[in-house]
Design a protein around this ligand. Structure first.
Ligand SMILES: Cc1cc2nc3c(=O)[nH]c(=O)nc-3n(C[C@H](O)[C@H](O)[C@H](O)COP(=O)(O)O)c2cc1C
Length: 201
């Protein structure tokens, strides 16, 4: 952690120091059950209108990663039938790049009388971010990736999600290699501002 951060409260320093780790720099071991449980607990501290707890995390490790790769390659072949075999091979190998892949999704209640779907998805995205922050703060590494397979109903069903659920990301996890990326200096200019109401007539 950079020196400038060490004077800050640890929670804020951890937020400012988090950086994604690409799959090629994620090594064994994957986070164990205790770390994953803490990260899921942190995920459940995300704001959650109505207490619906929509976030879902499905852990895919070991040989299951090859099965996920097969699902991803089949999905690509279905969505883009002209895809060359070499490109399908790359898709098939994707989950094998890291010790663990997490399918992160939202258990959506489409007809909820009060909480619209976008709020349930927003809450789940906040949960995923809390999950990643906890993983990083606990000394592991991860990155949130997407792909066309996230929007494939057959992939979603194969992973045990319901038809009304929404897949929001593939979270690759592992132990960061020594040359992992570190957090970039953050420039906040232009991001936040005060609102000044127009003067009345
Ligand atoms: C919903 C979502 C999907 C993403 N999908 C990808 C992706 O498919 N490929 C990619 O390179 N980065 C993707 N990213 C960005 C990375 O997770 C990451 O934020 C980026 O590499 C910058 O690294 P940093 O988080 O350390 O700033 C995605 C981020 C989000 C929130």
């Amino acid at each position: 952690m950079p020196d400038a951060l060490s004077a800050l409260p640890p929670a804020v320093a951890a937020l400012l120091a988090r950086a994604s780790v690409p799959p090629r720099l994620l090594r064994e071991p994957a986070p164990g059950a205790a770390v994953l449980d803490l990260a899921v607990a942190a995920a459940l501290r995300a704001p959650d209108h109505g207490g619906l707890r929509p976030a879902r995390f499905v852990f895919i490790s070991g040989a299951a990663r090859a099965a996920l790769g097969a699902l991803m390659a089949d999905s690509l072949a279905r969505r883009e039938p002209a895809t060359p075999a070499e490109r399908l091979d790359i898709e098939r190998a994707k989950p094998l790049r890291a010790p663990m892949v997490v399918a992160a999704g939202a258990a959506i209640r489409p007809d909820h009388p009060k909480i619209p779907v976008w709020e349930q998805e927003a809450s789940t995205a906040a949960s995923i971010m809390n999950f990643l922050n906890a993983i990083d703060a606990l000394g592991f590494g991860g990155v949130w990736l997407s792909s066309g397979a996230l929007r494939d109903e057959m992939v979603k069903r194969a992973l045990g999600f319901a038809a009304t659920d929404r897949l929001l990301g593939w979270i690759y996890l592992g132990t960061p290699a020594p040359d992992r990326p570190v957090a970039r200096a953050i420039e906040t200019a232009g991001i936040a501002r005060d609102w000044v109401p127009p003067a009345g007539p």
